[in-house]
Ligand binder design. Structure first.
Ligand code: CA
Length: 283
């Protein structure tokens, strides 16, 4: 089995927790166990990430900014796509009420802070073993490749984009759009496909939403949004990330011979300069 296959079999755990020390501690110990770990510090961002990449298991703190863990749990259980992801809830000692509610909402296990990390890792292992016994393979949508095209680099794991090494702040939807377009560079993606992949089960959107988001995205990544060089509109169909073949040909057929010519000239000049004094010496 090669490294890539090994990685695709790796279980992916999402830690949703706003206390950085706990995140660091859990990440360290879970990664040591061979799991791939990502974390989010608030409920809303966690839900966005989960929509994008389904984890094999979620460690979910109750007290979170923006949206608390119970609400996250309720939403995950209410959605067919995420309903069966195992959830281990974390909570402070005095939140006894939440324990009942959390389990009622469909959390699979529950730990009270302060907890033993070894105990938590053991419970995670047990929960994942149950998945294996049910024959559920590791999710295969993780460990995505970094994409680099025409000066734009997209890091799926870190949710980060740079244009000519300058970091750009994109919204979640803009990021998903760009990711999809870059992953299919050179191919036209229809508005319907983009709508389906980026907005999946949200009902209150139509194809104009795609155009609006493409416009925002262009404002952030295009040097001149009115004359886009990256994202091309294919009239009546959709959008395409341009594969910059022009630059490639230019560098191959113009720049390289030019460099060769320059190096040839400089060698000739050097030889000339050497040649004169040498011949003088000889005489
Ligand atoms: Ca917390």
């Amino acid at each position: 089995m090669d490294a890539k296959q090994e990685k695709s079999k790796q279980r992916y755990i999402l830690v949703v927790e706003d206390e950085e020390d706990i995140v660091k501690l859990l990440s360290f110990h879970l990664e040591k166990e061979g799991y791939r770990v990502e974390s989010r510090g608030n409920g809303r961002e966690a839900l966005e990430l989960i929509q994008d990449k389904l984890p094999d298991l979620i460690v979910l703190d109750i007290m979170l900014p923006e949206m608390d863990g119970l609400e996250v749990c309720r939403r995950l259980r209410g959605n067919q796509k995420t309903a069966s992801i195992p959830i281990l809830i974390l909570s402070a000692r005095n939140e006894e009420f939440d324990k009942v509610l959390g389990l009622e909402l469909g959390a699979d296990d529950y730990m009270v802070k302060p907890f033993s990390v070894r105990e938590l890792v053991a419970r995670v292992r047990a929960m994942l073993r149950r998945l294996e016994q049910q024959g559920q393979p590791a999710r295969e949508n993780e460990a995505e490749e970094v994409l680099t095209l025409s000066g734009i680099t997209l890091y799926p794991e870190q949710h980060r984009v740079t244009v000519n090494d300058e970091a750009k702040t994109l919204t979640h939807k803009e990021f998903l759009l760009l990711h999809l377009l870059m992953a299919n560079a050179g191919k036209v993606l229809t508005r319907e496909i983009l709508l389906d992949k980026v907005w999946n089960y949200e009902v209150e959107v139509d194809t104009r939403t795609v155009d609006v988001h493409i416009r925002y995205l262009r404002q952030k990544i295009e040097p001149d949004p009115a004359n886009p060089i990256y994202i091309e509109t294919v009239r009546g169909v959709g959008y395409k990330f341009k594969v910059d073949r022009g630059t490639y040909h230019l560098s191959t057929f113009l720049v390289v011979p030019l460099l060769n010519l320059l190096s040839y000239l400089s060698i000739s000049i050097l030889v000339d300069k050497w040649y004169v004094p040498l011949s003088t010496c000889g005489g």
